[in-house]
Design a protein around this ligand. Structure first.
Ligand code: 0X9
Ligand code: ZN
Length: 442
């Protein structure tokens, strides 16, 4: 994971001209290669930052290297027999380009065109939710689920037509990791289309879809204004008095399920810091409470993240551990992947999150599954590669959003038909009882 000292140098306004960074992909082949990498840190006099950690022989890792040290690092790795290739020559340039494209607050209405073309600010995302609630009061409800550490209100939007009975819910949230901007934009697009496209009317008569398009607004705004690669929340810890990078908690390590076990850091200055205790983050506390209140209705949960093009299913806290109904989850995930692929041919890999990616405990998807949401997934959206990685150009928003929408609709329809099957079963299995009691009365 990326340490932030260097990233501040990469992205901070004042320092942006001072250093340029490249991304070097390496593949270790032997276990003791790790010792070589530690030795390299010693020789350089600082700890190298990883965009993707070293996970073992044969698995690629990505390191962020100051261009002035690049030749030295490459020579060292090659001498030790560690395969290495430059995958991004100048990541700093890409960040600058993106920064120039950012826009100020929108004047007037937020349009579909805008959300497909721009990464909009948190205030504009919120304005969109209220704009939609005002215009479509018969099918839209917006409410506050949490208040962030810095005091921003976090909203959920429920889309669905009124019903006399409790409707099943598909819950989608996005942006717990601040820098994964394509997740927020995709969530906004899904909201827009569900409301405006009449093709979804029947679905929304029978089920509700709840979307929280930005679960970490403090981090998002920090990522827009100060440090593009910010991942965590922005809560203050005692150590953050010494360094800004020690602020915040990884919200996707802060849920109360196998909290603080594998794939987390207990050190506040690290990217995967899980917090002092589960639910320490007001954002996570608010989301978890909102989900718990509706857990009997929520049939599906999707956490939108980037990047990788994966549909990840539980359990993610430990390798080789699966829920008893894992085959159902895999079938659903395969269907979602095919639905996504049907739009532009983009391939998503379906895998268990611990086996396929890495074990990470205290994450939202595992927790949702643990409280009874049958289908809980993390979608790692596009791209697949570190270049452009989190910094996906705005030109790709509409493509990613459209194909993801297809996956979401596939999942929602499947949930709806499972629900219909369940209702039918209930009716069939309750019939003999009713007959008997009718018989007795007569
Ligand atoms: O590490 C994460 O939180 C997610 N990947 S990301 O690159 N977007 O940070 C993956 C979480 C997968 N789920 C679990 N491990 N439970
Ligand atoms: Zn993420």
């Amino acid at each position: 994971m990326l340490s932030l000292v260097l990233l501040l140098a990469v992205t901070g306004e004042a320092d942006v001209a001072a250093s340029e960074f490249s991304v070097l992909r390496l593949v270790t082949s032997k276990l003791f290669d790790n010792d070589h990498l530690r030795k390299l840190d010693d020789l350089l006099g600082y700890r190298i930052d990883y965009l993707r950690n070293v996970r073992g022989p044969g698995r690629p890792a990505d390191m962020l290297v100051d261009k002035k040290d690049l030749a030295y690092v490459q020579r060292f790795l090659s001498q030790k027999g560690i395969q290495n290739d430059i995958v991004v020559h100048n990541i700093t340039q890409e960040l600058r380009r993106e920064r120039r494209a950012l826009m100020g607050p929108v004047d007037g209405e937020i349009t579909l065109d805008l959300i497909q073309k721009k990464y909009i600010s948190y205030d504009d995302q919120t304005a969109l939710l209220f704009q939609l609630a005002k215009r479509f009061p018969h099918m839209v409800d917006v409410w506050q689920v949490a208040s962030s550490s810095e005091g921003r209100n976090i909203y959920a939007i429920k889309i669905g037509y009124p019903s006399n009975t409790k409707k099943p819910i598909l819950w989608i949230d996005a942006g717990i990791h601040a820098r994964e901007w394509i997740a927020h934009s995709t969530a906004l697009y899904i909201i827009w289309q569900l409301i405006h496209d009449p093709a979804h009317k029947r679905l929304l008569q029978e089920m509700d879809i709840v979307v929280v398009p930005n679960t970490n607004p403090d981090g998002y705004e920090y990522s827009r204004k100060i440090n593009r690669m910010w991942r965590k929340t922005r809560s203050k810890s005692t150590v953050s008095r010494f360094s800004d990078q020690c602020s915040g908690v990884d919200g996707n390590r802060n849920y109360p399920f196998h909290f603080g076990e594998e794939g987390v850091s207990h050190w506040p200055c690290q990217e995967t810091y899980c917090g002092r205790m589960a639910l320490s983050e007001p954002e996570v506390m608010g989301l978890a409470s909102a989900i718990l209140e509706r857990k009997n209705e929520i049939r599906g949960y999707i956490a939108l993240h980037s990047f990788g093009q994966d549909i990840l299913y539980p359990w993610g806290h430990k390798v080789h551990e699966y829920p008893p109904d894992v085959e159902d989850l895999k079938t659903m995930a395969n269907g979602i992947a095919l639905a996504i692929q049907s739009v532009y041919g983009t391939r998503y890999l379906v895998s268990n999150s611990a086996d396929g990616l890495y074990p990470a405990s205290g994450a939202a998807d595992d927790w949702a599954k643990s409280v009874g949401v049958k289908y809980a997934f993390t979608f790692e959206l596009s791209p697949t590669t570190i270049d452009p990685g989190f910094v996906l150009p705005e030109a790709y928003i509409s493509r990613v959003a459209r194909e993801t929408m297809e996956g979401v609709i596939y999942m929602a329809r499947r949930l709806r038909s499972e629900e219909a099957g369940r209702l039918l079963n209930d009716i069939i299995s309750s019939r003999p009882i009713r007959r008997r009691s009718q018989g007795g009365a007569g």
